[in-house]
Write a protein that binds this ligand. Structure first.
Ligand SMILES: N[C@H](CCC[C@H](N)C(=O)O)C(=O)O
Length: 287
């Protein structure tokens, strides 16, 4: 069959976006992985699938598949691409839409100057709900946050890192580093992603504090490796920094692929993510 798709990115985090309302789409994880493969397929960090909503009051349903073919709960940069896609395809006449995801309902809004702001919902902070297994660990309280020790086996050496754990519907482990460009992201990112204390694996964030309202951030993403930007990762990093008393809202987040802005008024409040959404090309592939 011929499958139409649109290639998009949000601050360099790139996506294949598929209209599954007007096309029959029902693939296995292996088939999603093949589409996302950068050599044998189209290539993308994630695949975003647009479906009709099943919940009343929602405009669409949004499914997300990582580069490894696994379906996940949430994608912040993807939510911005999503609202731009449905507007450009004429699937909605609204600038602000309500979208059903595995993690709950989010509400992206297309701004007049072309950026997108997404109400990503409130962060989940209870370790067990991340999910993070804190049994037997003594966390170190800092401000309203808790830093958890993670023991990493680095080729016979043992290294301990201190992480904040935050869920934006998907799990994040965030640490502060002195210099993101020198941080061992390729080395420790996979070790954190697959750490046994994260039963659903985890996205590993590395943030450098530039000021109380500005960070640099790199994220080794679950199921995708290091991406040029991670929207939920930016939300998680800002939430962790604010809770630790290191950051004040709004926070400018400089990822390697572009700039995001995060606003959060505190526990129980939604996190707002603002940033770019770009359409790169349209395509068709035989599957
Ligand atoms: N790798 C993430 C999904 C994509 C998140 C990221 N691309 C974003 O913009 O939030 C996970 O497995 O939870």
């Amino acid at each position: 069959m011929k499958l139409k798709f649109t290639k998009m990115h949000g601050a360099g985090n790139d996506f294949i976006v598929i209209d599954a309302i007007n096309q029959q789409v029902d693939f296995t994880a292996a088939q999603w992985q093949a589409l996302a493969d950068r050599r044998f397929g189209i290539g993308a960090d994630q695949i975003l699938v647009v479906e009709t909503a099943s919940q009343p009051g929602c405009d669409f349903r949004y499914r997300i598949f990582n580069n490894d073919g696994g379906e996940v709960e949430q994608c912040g940069n993807g939510a911005r691409a999503f609202v731009k896609f449905v507007a450009e395809k004429g699937l909605t006449g609204k600038a602000q839409i309500t979208v059903e995801t595995k993690a709950g309902i989010i509400s992206p809004r297309l701004e007049s100057e072309g950026s997108v702001t997404v109400d990503m919902g409130a962060p989940v902070l209870e370790p067990a709900a991340i999910p993070f297994d804190a049994d037997g660990l003594s966390g170190q309280p800092e401000g309203r946050d808790t830093l958890w020790p993670l023991l990493l086996e680095l080729g016979g050496e043992r290294e301990q890192v201190q992480v904040s754990v935050v869920s934006m519907g998907n799990p994040h482990a965030v640490q502060v580093v002195a210099d993101v460009d020198l941080a061992p992201v390729e080395l420790t990112g996979p070790l954190i992603e697959h750490h046994p204390r994260f039963p659903k694996r985890v996205n590993a964030g590395f943030m450098q504090l530039m000021s109380r309202q500005h960070i640099k951030l790199r994220v080794f993403e679950r199921g995708a490796g290091e991406t040029l930007a991670c929207g939920t990762g930016a939300c998680a990093a800002a939430v962790a920094g604010i809770r630790r008393g290191l950051l004040d809202s709004p926070v400018t987040v400089d990822a390697r692929g572009g700039r995001l802005s995060i606003a959060w008024a505190g526990e129980g409040q939604p996190v707002y993510l603002t940033g770019p959404a770009v359409t790169v090309f349209e395509g068709e592939i035989t599957v």
